[in-house]
Design a protein around this ligand. Structure first.
Ligand SMILES: *Cc1c(COP(=O)(O)O)cnc(C)c1O
Length: 955
């Protein structure tokens, strides 16, 4: 055996298998097979042919990204950075609170690929598990806020407030552009509201509402309950005053407090927003956490983002799926209610599990602990002569210590506790699920107060919750919040839900435009290290030195890889990166006195978020057509540029195009826009076809966003978290979010830093060579799929040399016309083969877009290709009249065990239904049984049910 092996040096042996060989699926033989099939001799040959010379980097680009580290080396380096952070007991509050993630949830959800590698549940038949968890999230929010409809998560509390601000404007009758915000609102929420209000012409007024609403007309009001200062005021009279004056009201509320306090819905609010972070989601230096938004029935159709609802399957059984999809940006584009796409599903699932694990009484007990700790803390301080600002509070007190605030905060920090310095005279202290009596002693000591008998103090201290606002209504009465209270039952519930779903741990997910690649375990591990996970976003600068150094390095590497000048990781999804980039462009034009430039050209093939983001940035969308090749139609582009002249602000173009093609003329497109005084926004969500081979900043882009949850290995989490860094050329750098010229786009300064170690680790372990190899392998895989499938399904678009980029579009329109078999039928039939469908009907209706990525080995790609070939043979039998269009294995798909053991009177056999012909040998071992049959979405939209239905519904 050993005689034929080549000799390796000691240092090669010491390093072992490079990470790139683990990340990249095809081995040497597999790659050779793909390259032969597509007719190229090497990856370099492929690069030279597929990539237009006009964009290709012919020399390796100098970067500060070091050569690849091994997994062990990377973890050691990251550990050194993590050790530079100082984690203290978080008592800063301000929307971020200490919480304990139950280990059963951390291990079985956050650290479990069955949950974190899942895609957004657009194929509901293989997503019933995460849909059920999200329904529990919606029920948690809806019950606690007292409003009937809650969405399946928003990006954070501040952006949820911004979404509510625009929702109320759409929903209300008032023509006033004025939105009044309670001055006692979280500062980060105020920042994001300002950023979002300005381009939409909303007049934001921050007002002290303790004495009533300001005079004059307004369309909406945001009240904080409790306020940022911890103060609890009864909002009901302000709400009725607002209603009398024709305005709608949203209440920003703390979910944990709502277990004890009357919910906003019962107090008359039209909507509620907030964060679910303190429901077991680590602080992570500011994110990712799930924001929430709930509304009344009347506003359900105005709700931004994803909403899970009940419907029924082909056999009439209850089944879940995303409801009211036609509201969303991918359908409504510039008329969409919001640009949100990726949200915070994984974190919403964690919050829902936390609510289910603790149940209503458990949550109330945590709330009571939190409240009693703060009440006793306050009593001790008062007894020690410290004056407090509010008498009614839930978890936060504000203490006056004239001239001594800094000293008190310093004392506490030395004792391992982080307090909130407000000004030189005041200090804020927040209690949480983590607060102990020992912590109270340390805080008292920081104020030079001593409490000798805490039990006596406890006994003599009454609650600080206002009597008139105590909650009397029940919540979380559904069995979901009672049946999984033991660890065994919770573990099994999580396993059962995960087993209902198809994630990357069971099959390739060849979703075009989504880049479902490996999320390596070594990349994921650091996410739950306490030094990263337990850091409060407002901790003193010195305490976050390690994380900030990691972010600086990551931003620099991303800057170099994209050819730009600077990067901000603040946007917490691609959509938010788009908004940040477009706001930068708009601010740049204004800074030059170009106040008229408000037209944003967008190709008709663009992702729906592009148009929705442009509207949110105050721009007017003008659509540019595409030509027969799927490229931007240059004639139409020139015509539109001429038509809009000095009003041209920007062109937004995706590269490679959403058609999966490297457009050769992209430089001409950029030049034409620049010559007309416009800026070029290159949507970089498809960067998996560019990293290491071409840089948008070098071929004409002024700004791009990247999706770290696609190209840079942050898992999709079933629909979030995401990170959408915005990268800009030098002239736009002053306009990055939160740097003075343009406000914040996310609540936390660095958006979702809790998951940034994943992308850092990926880059560090791949190194420049590994990244380039990954890109070209992804391109090779897409071309291999196109080559193998093109005689069965026409490949819609290709570049000048006939090759595609990192994905390819299979055109089923003629097949559908000839046979009646639709893309839906094919997608659902793939489930019977145990494979997740490609992207359906985007960017072209009636097509499937396939993106294999570099992580899938050739055997798995062949399994997909063979399934597609098998399906084509089935389609031919339908077309030949052998099976009726309405009753064949495709239309009947997916098939459940229940439907197979039932009475069978179909024109095809059970064998064909369950074990499709044409499947690769071994398909039986990987058989997937979907829990439901094809789901009727329209039925659910007509009969909207968005929270856990009573168990009788399943009878
Ligand atoms: C995924 C994607 C987006 C949106 O990113 P989100 O993180 O989902 O907001 C934008 N443009 C393109 C081309 C995409 O593929």
């Amino acid at each position: 055996m050993t005689s034929t092996q080549t000799r390796h040096t000691l240092s090669e042996l010491e390093r072992g298998v490079p990470f790139a060989d683990r990340h990249i699926g095809p081995d040497t033989d597999g790659l050779a097979r793909m390259l032969t099939s597509i007719g190229v001799s090497s990856l370099d040959d492929l690069a030279a042919r597929a990539l237009p010379d006009s964009i290709r980097d012919t020399e390796p680009v100098a970067t500060t990204l070091p050569d690849a580290a091994t997994e062990a080396e990377m973890l050691a380096e990251l550990r050194t950075l993590a050790d530079r952070n100082t984690v203290t007991v978080p008592m800063i509050g301000l929307g971020y609170h200490g919480t304990r993630t139950p280990s059963v949830i951390r291990r079985n959800v956050l650290e479990n690929p069955a949950w974190y590698t899942a895609y957004t549940p657009y194929q509901p038949e293989i997503s019933q598990g995460r849909l059920e968890a999200l329904l529990a999230f919606q029920t948690t929010v809806s019950d606690l806020t007292g409003l009937p409809v809650a969405g399946a998560s928003l990006l954070d509390e501040a952006t949820a407030a911004a979404e509510a601000m625009t929702l109320l404007r759409r929903a209300g009758k008032s023509a006033s552009p004025r939105f009044v915000v309670d001055a006692d609102t979280l500062p980060q929420t105020l920042d994001v509201l300002r950023t979002r209000a300005e381009p939409l012409g909303i007049e934001l007024e921050v007002a002290d509402v303790s004495g009533g609403l300001p005079d004059g007309e307004m369309y909406g009001v945001l009240l904080s309950y409790p306020g940022a200062s911890g103060r609890i005021a009864d909002p009901s009279s302000l709400i009725s005053e607002a209603h009398d004056r024709g305005a709608l009201v949203v209440v920003a509320a703390d979910l944990l407090a709502l277990t004890l306090l009357s919910p906003p819905g019962e107090l008359g609010a039209d909507a509620a927003v907030g964060s679910t972070q303190r429901f077991g989601v680590p602080l992570g230096f500011g994110g990712p956490h799930a924001g929430y938004l709930s509304v009344g029935e009347k506003q359900a159709r105005q709700l931004p983002g994803r909403l899970v609802g009940m419907s029924r399957d082909a056999d009439g059984n209850p089944a879940l799926r995303l409801a009211l999809q036609t509201r969303e940006q991918h359908i409504r584009r510039e008329k969409a209610t919001s640009n949100i796409c990726t949200a915070q599903v994984l974190l919403a699932v964690m919050a829902a599990c936390y609510a289910a694990y603790h149940g209503p009484d458990g949550l109330a007990a945590i709330a009571r602990r939190t409240h009693r700790m703060s009440a006793v803390l306050a009593a001790g301080l008062r007894a020690g002569g410290v004056e407090l600002e509010n008498d009614a509070f839930f978890d936060t007190i504000v203490a006056r210590t004239p001239g001594r605030a800094a000293e008190v905060v310093r004392n506490a920090h030395e004792a391992g506790i982080a307090l909130r310095p407000m000004d030189s005279d005041t200090v804020g202290v927040s209690c949480s699920e983590l607060t102990t009596v020992e912590h109270l002693h340390r805080v008292w000591a920081a104020f030079d107060v001593e409490v000798s008998d805490v039990d006596a103090l406890d006994e003599s201290t009454s609650d600080a919750l206002p009597d008139g606002l105590l909650r009397t209504s029940e919540y979380l009465t559904h069995p979901t919040f009672h049946d999984f209270r033991s660890e065994t039952s919770m573990m099994r519930w999580l396993r059962r839900l995960a087993d209902a779903d198809l994630a990357l741990d069971r099959t390739m997910i060849p979703l075009g435009s989504c880049t479902m690649k490996l999320n390596a375990a070594s990349e994921m591990e650091p996410v739950t290290w306490p030094q990263f996970a337990e850091l409060h976003p407002l901790a003193p600068e010195a305490d976050s030195a390690g994380t900030r150094e990691m972010i600086t390095q990551l931003e620099r590497w991303l800057t170099e890889l994209t050819g730009y000048h600077a990067v901000s990781v603040q946007p917490n999804a691609g959509s938010q990166g788009e908004l940040a980039g477009l706001l930068a462009i708009a601010a740049y034009h204004r800074s030059r006195g170009d106040h008229e430039r408000d037209v944003c050209l967008i190709p008709s093939s663009a992702h729906g978020t592009n148009a929705a983001s442009a509207v949110m940035a105050g721009l007017r969308v003008v659509v540019v057509g595409t030509d027969g090749r799927g490229d931007v139609d240059l004639d139409d582009l020139h015509a539109k540029i001429a038509e809009h002249g000095d009003r041209l602000a920007a062109l937004m173009i995706t590269y490679p195009s959403t058609h999966g093609v490297y457009e050769a003329q992209v430089r001409d497109v950029c030049t034409a826009v620049h010559d007309a005084g416009g800026q070029v926004y290159v949507d970089g969500a498809n960067l998996n076809a560019l990293v290491g081979v071409a840089r948008p900043g070098a071929f004409g882009g002024d700004v791009s966003h990247l999706n770290l949850h696609k190209t840079f290995c942050i898992p999709h989490g079933g629909g979030g978290p995401g990170v959408g860094p915005v990268a800009v050329a030098e002239h736009l750098a002053p306009f990055l979010p939160g740097r003075g010229e343009v406000g914040a786009v996310s609540a936390a300064r660095y958006g979702s830093p809790g998951v940034l170690p994943i992308s850092w680790a990926y880059l560090r372990m791949m190194g420049p060579d590994g990244l380039r190899r990954a890109t070209l392998t992804a391109v090779a895989a897409a071309n291999y799929v196109a080559r193998r499938l093109r005689e069965y399904y026409p490949v819609l678009y290709a570049g000048e040399d006939g090759s595609v980029a990192h994905e390819c579009i299979l055109d089923l329109r003629k097949i559908t016309k000839d046979s009646g078999v639709t893309v839906d039928d094919v997608a659902k039939r793939l489930i019977d083969y145990g494979i997740h469908a490609p992207t359906m009907s985007f960017p072209v209706a009636g097509t499937l877009m396939v993106e294999p990525t570099e992580s899938e080995d050739v055997a798995e790609i062949d399994r997909f290709v063979d399934a597609m070939i098998g399906i084509r043979a089935e389609i031919d039998r339908v077309a030949a009249g052998e099976w009726p269009v309405e009753d064949n294995p495709l239309r009947g798909a997916p098939h459940t065990v229940a439907c197979l053991v039932d009475k069978w009177d179909r024109p095809y056999t059970r064998e064909v239904a369950a074990y499709p012909t044409g499947a690769t040998p071994g398909v039986h071992d990987r058989k997937v049984w979907p829990p439901v049959r094809r789901i009727d979405g329209a039925h659910g939209d007509r009969n909207l049910v968005c929270s856990c239905p009573p168990p009788e519904a399943f009878a």
